[in-house]
Design a protein around this ligand. Structure first.
Ligand code: PLP
Length: 445
């Protein structure tokens, strides 16, 4: 594979962009390939190399790179009419109506411009409503580049996870291990009346893919009810991907108080949203007194792309297709892993997947978990399957990044560049793509 033109572009980029990129994960080693265009399930780089893509924009591109005609027409119409105004438009109302019709816990929304902005706004709203400061988050959870959640440590010993955030901010955040109801209980017993909310991804999606153990979200729901705290589901990755149009909360049968969205609901354009019960969401200004505002919020082009994308999903068998391919891929990977690298674990659900380079010393995944670890206690691998962010971090992360990812790229399959980010099947992928991908895993694992 020739990368001359990409290297030239990276050379120029390093002079004028921090680290040569605009989002840290894009700086793949030794140097990133620059993308010229997308085509269905593929991307083509600046040197003309073609890759089968499972990065899919890190989540937004449920339909792949080629917009269906309906989506393209909606985008072009709204782009040519404006593109934006600073006054309300009908399409914002329509997208909000669509979301409230399909997601049971959501009665009202506020649209913003990124997942980060959604979680920042949701945390502010929870603090404003409860008059409390503390937020409980999961170790290894990710809620964007926001000050309240970029923390590390244990309850009682919490520090910012990056420079640039005051130690005093981290004092208000309590990170607990995902899937550990006992620690959550202890934290509420010690601080319950200071906790504004629990912010949790229903499925850890930015740190491997870790499914909840049975009953975990129910425990969080009960603790929030008991102590008057808000349960906030961060569905920026899982929203309109896991569980289809009802989202992950529908699959798990849990009604959070607030939900954050992003990624898929913008149809490939920058987006975020906070949704929930009317009496909570209307506490945002101007109806309430928790300040929230944004020049680009509810951008007509984004709203039109999101609405047309979700309507396309409602009218076509998108979720059946992507979920069937996801299952086929994960079960094929389970067989390959059992054969070639029995210490590794296949994880994922719906159209999300990953092979975690765990160091497990147990039998392969049993049939109940044959299409991705679902935390089945009867699986012989249960004790070795990652349950927390820390468990994922103990894997062979360097081998993944330095050897495996590189050789998959040489095979023409583009995966997310590290062990932690998940991968996505899109509506544009085909059964032949899946078979080709399994062959590539066979060669590279
Ligand atoms: C991607 C992501 C975010 C951040 O969204 P941005 O649009 O990148 O700001 C927040 N939470 C979760 C769960 C995400 O996956």
């Amino acid at each position: 594979m020739n990368h001359d033109r990409s290297r030239e572009l990276y050379d120029r980029a390093l002079s004028v962009l921090a680290g040569g990129v605009n989002s840290s994960v894009r700086a793949t080693r030794p140097s990133p390939f620059f993308i010229e265009r997308g085509d269905g399930a593929h991307v083509i780089d600046a040197d003309g190399n073609r890759y089968l893509d499972y990065v899919m924009g890190y989540g937004p591109l449920l339909l792949g790179h080629t917009m269906p005609e309906e989506v393209r027409a909606a985008v072009q119409q709204h782009a040519s009419q404006g593109p934006m105004y600073g006054g309300p438009t009908e399409v914002e109302v329509e997208l909000a109506e669509f979301v409230t019709r399909h997601v049971p816990s959501v009665e009202m929304l506020r649209f913003v411009n990124s997942g980060t902005e959604a979680t920042v706004s949701a945390v502010r709203l929870a603090r404003g409503i409860t008059g409390r400061d503390k937020i409980v988050v999961m170790q290894g959870g990710y809620h964007g580049a926001q000050e309240s959640t970029l923390v590390e440590g244990e309850p009682g010993d919490v520090h910012p996870s990056t420079r640039g955030i005051p130690e005093s901010f981290a004092e208000h955040t309590i990170p607990v291990p995902f899937n550990d109801p006992g620690t959550a209980q202890d934290v509420f017993e010690a601080h319950g009346d200071e906790i504004a909310g629990v912010l949790v991804e229903p499925v850890l999606g930015n740190n491997g893919i870790v499914m909840p153990v049975d009953g975990y979200h129910g425990t969080l729901r009960n603790l929030c009810d008991e102590y008057g705290s808000l349960l906030i589901f961060d569905e920026v990755i899982t929203g309109f991907r896991v569980g289809g149009l009802q989202c992950a909360q529908g699959t798990f049968g849990i009604e959070p108080d607030l939900t954050t969205f992003g990624k898929v609901i913008g149809g490939g354009f920058p987006v975020g949203a906070v949704g929930g019960k009317t009496e909570l969401v209307e506490q945002f200004t101007p109806s309430g007194s928790v300040f929230q505002s944004g020049t680009f919020s509810g951008h007509p082009v984004t709203m039109a792309a999101g609405l047309a994308t979700l309507e396309y999903c409602a009218e076509n068998d998108v979720y059946d297709h992507v979920n069937a391919l996801g299952e086929k891929l994960r079960s094929g990977l389970r067989d390959i892993v059992a054969d070639q690298a029995p210490e590794y674990t296949v994880v994922g659900t719906d159209s999300m997947f990953k092979v975690l380079f765990t160091r497990a010393d147990s039998p392969p995944q049993a049939d109940d978990c044959a299409t991705g670890c679902c935390q089945d206690p009867s699986c012989p691998r249960f004790d070795d399957c990652p349950k927390t962010g820390a468990d994922v971090g103990k894997g062979e992360t360097e081998r993944w990044e330095r050897l495996f990812w590189q050789s998959m790229k040489e095979e023409g399959v583009w995966l997310t560049a590290n062990q932690f980010e998940c991968q996505f099947v899109s509506d544009a992928h085909t059964m032949e793509d899946i078979e080709r991908t399994l062959e590539a895993y066979k060669t590279c694992l």
